[in-house]
Design a protein around this ligand. Structure first.
Ligand SMILES: C[S@@+](CC[C@H](N)C(=O)[O-])C[C@H]1O[C@@H](n2cnc3c(N)ncnc32)[C@H](O)[C@@H]1O
Length: 292
């Protein structure tokens, strides 16, 4: 390296430290992690490999600082990096689609564990958004036939883009439908045949207070489920029941205030083995139940 090169480059560590402090000042919940993630994005390396890239080019410093300022304005990290993970895949995300959340990985893991004993399963993902659950399941289980439903045209455009990218990468293609999961005829051709159904529907109670990243950037139709948050879950339960074959399970994510209520809805609809699942912070996160 020539001396002039070394002089024009800037050390990474103080840049990340300054970014973390700036993000902390503006109330970003995980400032250090976000500062590192944005640095990894600019340097096009894994976050765990940042130490191997100790110097930034001037152009990289400029881009990094601009991204940190956007994050300080509470634009979601995933909108800045353009991706969010689910299982072993990355989904393209941005304005117009719900950003897949780490807690949904628990529902994904439950689905995979259940499918271990099912050969060539027929799987349905209701309220697919970016396609996160459907595409992560198709990636993990190439023998599965995965069908996914989404109502919002903007979200569906992201799901199609992600589905095309995964198919191009060699995953088994999924089947995407534009439709309302509460309608009596949605996916009617699959009635009574589905081996496993997952759904992460809108479930936030209307009066909930949300972080700016969520309130200002996730689409409202992806978040809110009426006054108590349960409107979509209640209304899609008949669809879940008509789609599942007898003895097959559904897993539905819900608000952390809802565990017992969602379990009661399934039990009242004749389901068995109704189970409330908690996340790592011990908050009720999703319910699973078996169609009787
Ligand atoms: C919380 S987001 C979940 C997206 C995705 N499953 C995930 O985990 O990242 C809920 C999604 O359901 C869609 N949605 C809301 N109501 C719907 C309905 N009645 N029928 C189909 N999709 C609906 C929203 O547009 C949004 O994309």
């Amino acid at each position: 390296m020539r001396q002039s090169d070394a002089v024009s480059r800037l050390p990474l560590r103080p840049e990340i430290q300054a970014a973390a402090e700036r993000l902390a000042d503006t109330g970003v919940p995980s400032p250090r992690a976000d500062a590192e993630q944005l640095a990894a994005h600019v340097l096009e390396v894994e976050r765990s490999r940042l130490l191997l890239a100790p110097l930034l080019e001037p152009e990289q410093v400029e881009r990094y600082r601009a991204l940190v300022e956007q994050r300080a304005r509470r634009i979601p990290l995933q909108h800045l990096t353009g991706t969010a993970p689910m299982g072993r895949i990355d989904l393209a995300v941005g304005p117009g689609v719900f950003v897949p959340r780490p807690e949904t990985e628990l529902l994904f893991a439950w689905a995979l564990a259940h499918l271990e004993s099912v050969h060539a399963p027929l799987v349905v993902d209701l309220c697919t958004g970016s396609g996160a659950l459907a595409l992560a399941i198709a990636n993990a289980r190439p023998d599965a036939a995965v069908h996914a439903v989404e109502l919002d045209p903007a979200a569906l455009t992201w799901a199609r883009r992600n589905a095309d990218a995964r198919a191009a990468a060699g995953d088994t293609p999924i089947t995407l439908y534009a439709g309302d999961v509460t309608a009596a005829d949605t996916l009617a051709e699959l009635n009574g045949r589905v081996d496993l159904l997952v759904a992460n529907p809108p479930y936030v109670p209307a009066a909930a207070e949300l972080d700016p990243e969520v309130a200002e950037h996730d689409p409202p139709q992806a978040l809110f489920g009426g006054a108590d948050g349960l409107d979509v879950i209640r209304a899609m339960l008949p669809s879940i029941t008509r789609l599942l074959r007898a003895g097959a399970p559904a897993g539905v994510e819900h608000d952390d205030s809802h565990g017992a209520q969602v379990a009661r809805l399934f039990t009242a609809a004749g389901y068995t083995a109704t189970t409330e699942h908690r996340d790592l912070a011990d908050r009720p996160r999703f319910v699973t139940a078996t169609r009787g």
